[in-house]
Design a protein. Structure first.
Lengths: 275, 367
């Protein structure tokens, strides 16, 4: 009643508080702990990171390995050397979806609103999620390498192996912005997963990850040659088993920078303005 | 500049103008709360395309009081809370919480508020204790303090035993208690409760109300949105009724209750044949201020509108004196629909969820 007529009391217009770097680190730490507790609470969430490298390696090496290897001229053992570097690239893609589905769940459960009403930088929520997904990726890669050695993969260049894993992680971090955007924009985790599958499946299989592209029809080759997953897989292959690296490496890094430059601002904008 | 001018006026003494300006500004910076208004809202507007979620809302909540915001689904209650807790920004208008501007000082504002509701919630996958500890750390408590605060709040909200279990295993009431505990970690000056008991059974609802009353007892200012008149009456001292993004009434709760006709006393005689004689008798009685009774033949009861406890006592006394055996006497608060009908002349414009059944808003007084 009287509310409408009285003028509002003048607020103290001090500039808004800043969040120190130390506070950022502390907040990110608390949120990383939360994501790790998720895994402890629900160990099944690690199944994909554990089973995917095992199942895919066995499947490709023993089902397709013989015939593709023959065409390659090295038999099944030759195919192992061919496919394992590509699998690192493939897995980092599939696992980066977790950032999107995780965000989607947080939005739908209301946890994100709790975070957004707390005096923390919104980046902390993001970085914690990315850090945990990176750790999952590292775990999956370790499993993959163990299986790889068991099926006969020769690790000749350890430095090359680490470089390949690093390159995959860099590229995956750019793809994470795409999934983050999907996680913020799409209604629920299932649609993020479905959309992610639709985007990733053609990219993963329409590439040089599982088979050389030379035998593919010309129209497909023009796609696979521009597909960043091909260059990523080829670069990883060069690093791990030898062969040309520089060209594919630069193209892959170029893609990573370009995707990040476009998608990170989009993701952050969508995240900030999500109602 | 008005700050400086105020300071000058206050210091009519021999102080130099410059010193007064510096002193005045510093002092107000140190105590950023304005007067005794904890929440000040002026002309707040938020549109979603064609939908006017908020269409020029004014609101004042005095420090240490509980303001109820009553309205049907889609009235704009949640939008209001989301703007005040900095989750979304308004299209136009001003809002200050504990002296901070929701648009220009969101980080400082977030430090002094607590939020609990339909949307802001705890992490179901984490144990109760871990939820509280995490929020403590996010509020910049040291590890030790965050641990202590988590223990303390679990104890206070009777959740100590459940503290190690994931929140997903909690009952509805436990979940809401954990929500409330989570919003109390930072000792907020202002607490926003967005429909805190929607979806709870009556017993659990009473539990949550008791907790909220305790929190209010500690001096926290509360802004509560609800669809239930009974909830507003239980918790709030002042009420703002909103409909389609506009405030259609505000004031003290007693004032509004008088406006909407207060409670209804429902008397059911044991013998249905006594129904009309009882109604006629009560009408003739002329207890001060009593409006006419109505007869609900379907449920076999006489409905008596009452405005005060004195009237209630007088009616019950009169029925007893008359020697009529009654099988039930209940009082009912007006439903949200009835409140709207008397305030606006139209029914609550709830798109999906209708106002609660009158059964919800009924309390036994005698039998």
């Amino acid at each position: 009643m009287s509310a409408a007529t009285t003028t509002p009391p003048a607020p103290a217009l001090t500039p808004d508080a800043r969040i120190s770097l130390r506070a950022h680190v502390r907040h990110t730490g608390a949120l990383v702990r939360r994501n790790l507790l998720w895994i402890r609470q629900d160990p099944e969430s690690m199944f994909d990171a554990l089973l995917m490298p095992i199942v895919f390696t066995l499947l490709f090496v023993y089902v397709f390995g013989g015939s593709i290897g023959q065409a390659l001229g090295g038999g099944q053992d030759g195919y192992v050397q061919y496919v394992i570097p590509g699998m690192i690239a493939m897995m980092s893609m599939t696992l980066s979806q977790g950032v999107g589905t995780g965000f989607s769940q947080d939005f739908n459960s209301g946890v994100m609103d709790r975070f957004r009403s707390l005096p923390i930088g919104r980046g902390s929520v993001l970085f914690a999620k990315i850090a945990v997904e990176m750790a999952r990726m590292l775990f999956a890669t370790t499993v993959l390498m163990i299986v790889a050695v068991l099926v006969g993969f020769d690790i000749d260049h350890w430095a090359g192996l680490f470089a390949a894993v690093g390159l995959s992680a860099v590229f995956a971090s750019s793809i994470m912005w795409v999934f983050l955007t999907l996680g913020v924009v799409l209604k629920n985790a299932q649609s993020v997963q479905a959309m992610g599958f639709m985007v990733l499946f053609p990219l993963q299989f329409g590439s040089s990850i599982f088979a050389p592209t030379q035998s593919m029809p010309g129209w497909l080759q023009s796609f696979t040659d521009y597909n960043p997953l091909s260059t990523l897989a080829d670069a990883a292959r060069g690093l791990m088993v030898g062969g040309p690296v520089a060209h594919d490496l630069w193209i892959t890094l170029g893609w990573a920078v370009a995707i990040t430059a476009v998608m990170a601002p989009v993701a952050i904008h969508k995240f900030r303005t999500k109602t | 500049m008005s700050v400086a001018r105020d300071a000058c006026r206050r210091d009519v003494g021999a102080l130099s103008v410059a010193a007064a300006i510096v002193w005045g500004m510093k002092r107000i910076d140190d105590i950023p709360r304005a007067a005794d208004s904890a929440v000040t809202v002026r002309g707040l507007v938020k549109h979603y395309g064609e939908t006017k979620a908020l269409d020029g809302v004014d609101l004042d909540v005095r420090e240490g009081t509980v303001m109820g915001v009553l309205g049907p689904n889609g009235a704009g209650k949640t939008t209001l809370v989301r703007i005040l807790s900095t989750l979304i920004t308004p299209d136009s208008g001003q809002a200050h919480v504990a002296g901070y501007d929701v648009v220009r000082q969101p980080r400082q504002l977030r430090r002094v508020i607590g939020l609990t509701g339909q949307y802001a919630s705890v992490d179901e996958k984490l144990p109760g204790w871990e939820n509280l500890y995490m929020i403590g750390r996010l509020l910049d408590l040291s590890r030790r303090d965050a641990r202590a605060r988590a223990d303390e709040l679990l104890e206070r909200f009777s959740l100590t035993e459940a503290g190690k279990r994931p929140a997903s295993t909690y009952s509805g009431g436990m979940r809401r208690r954990l929500d409330l505990a989570a919003s109390m970690i930072g000792h907020p000056a202002v607490l926003f409760l967005d429909e805190p008991t929607t979806g709870l059974d009556p017993r659990t609802r009473n539990e949550v109300w008791d907790e909220v009353k305790r929190m209010v007892g500690d001096g926290v200012t509360v802004l509560l949105t609800t669809q239930y008149m009974e909830e507003a009456e239980q918790l709030a001292s002042e009420l703002t009724v909103v409909d389609r993004g506009k405030v259609i009434a505000n004031g003290g709760i007693e004032e509004l209750k008088a406006k909407v006709g207060g409670r209804t006393l429902r008397v059911r005689p044991a013998d249905p044949l006594q129904l009309r004689p009882l109604a006629a008798y009560l009408d003739e009685l002329g207890i001060t201020g009593l409006a006419n009774t109505t007869v609900d033949t379907e449920r076999g009861a006489v409905l008596v509108p009452i405005l005060s406890d004195e009237q209630l006592t007088a009616v019950v006394g009169a029925v007893t004196a008359r020697g009529i055996t009654v099988s039930a006497v209940t009082t009912e608060l007006p439903s949200l629909d009835e409140v709207f009908l008397s305030l606006t002349g139209h029914r609550a414009s709830a798109p999906q969820d209708p106002a609660p059944a009158t059964d919800d808003a009924r309390e036994e007084v005698a039998a």
